[in-house]
Design a binder for this molecule. Structure first.
Ligand SMILES: C[S@@+](CC[C@H](N)C(=O)[O-])C[C@H]1O[C@@H](n2cnc3c(N)ncnc32)[C@H](O)[C@@H]1O
Length: 214
């Protein structure tokens, strides 16, 4: 491994989980979390659990949270929120593309700003569909490929460099198309620009809401 690769790896393993924890902790982000996951219920499976920032937005209808995330640093950061949560939170895996849970075993799947980072996104969505009960909901808020041609062009051109500094985040994924391709009913999802500020447009086309199974 070259010196540059070692620095990049160190950033992705150690620095990035802390940076994400800070960037995704403000009040505006909290509003998106509350809207997307506030109605979660029963057994919740969180893809990309990160530092546990969603825990404080779950209501009393959530009985337990099953967490999948490869980052040990983020899992350590989550411990105080897990202790406060007062219900079981269990780390059940490190890759959403391979979920070690039975078919039809969870009531809610949650993903917040995570579907962009999972390398094998098609397998992860197929797995999410498999473990979700027929009446379950996939609750999410994710940034997605923009419908604006100029922004899409930038997203596709910038992806190779952005992917390296962001630990594999994709700004060029069409989340609605991916979810529909995996068998989710996307007609209930909302898509809009979260921040109408030109410099953040490549990250600000948000897809959010709850999708059932088709
Ligand atoms: C931008 S962070 C979002 C974290 C958290 N969902 C939140 O809202 O604060 C993306 C998360 O996806 C996780 N991740 C990356 N690859 C993954 C995979 N294959 N399976 C599950 N999670 C993954 C990362 O470790 C990181 O914690």
């Amino acid at each position: 491994m070259s010196a540059r690769e070692r620095v990049e790896q160190f950033w992705v393993d150690r620095g990035l989980p802390r940076a994400v924890d800070i960037v995704l902790s403000d009040r505006i982000v909290g509003g998106w979390r509350a809207a997307a996951i506030g109605a979660a219920r029963g057994t919740v499976l969180e893809l990309g659990f990160g530092s546990g920032r969603n825990l404080r937005f779950y209501g009393d209808d959530v009985s337990e949270v099953l967490a999948i995330d490869p980052s040990d640093v983020a899992w350590r950061l989550a411990q105080s929120d897990i202790a406060r949560f007062g219900r079981p939170v269990t780390r059940v895996g490190d890759d959403a593309a391979l979920i070690d849970l039975p078919d039809n075993s969870v009531d809610t799947v949650v993903a917040t700003w995570t579907l962009c980072s999972i390398p094998d996104i098609e397998s992860a969505l197929t797995e999410a569909r498999r473990v979700l009960r027929p009446d379950g909901r996939f609750r999410l808020v994710e940034h997605s490929l923009s419908p604006k041609q100029s922004v899409r062009r930038f997203q596709r051109a910038a992806q190779p460099v952005w992917g390296r500094v962001s630990g594999g985040c994709h700004i060029d994924r069409d989340m609605v198309a991916l979810l529909a391709g995996a068998g989710f009913d996307t007609s209930t999802l909302d898509a809009r620009d979260a921040f109408r500020v030109p410099p953040v447009q490549p990250w600000s086309w948000f897809v959010s809401g709850a999708a059932g199974l088709r």
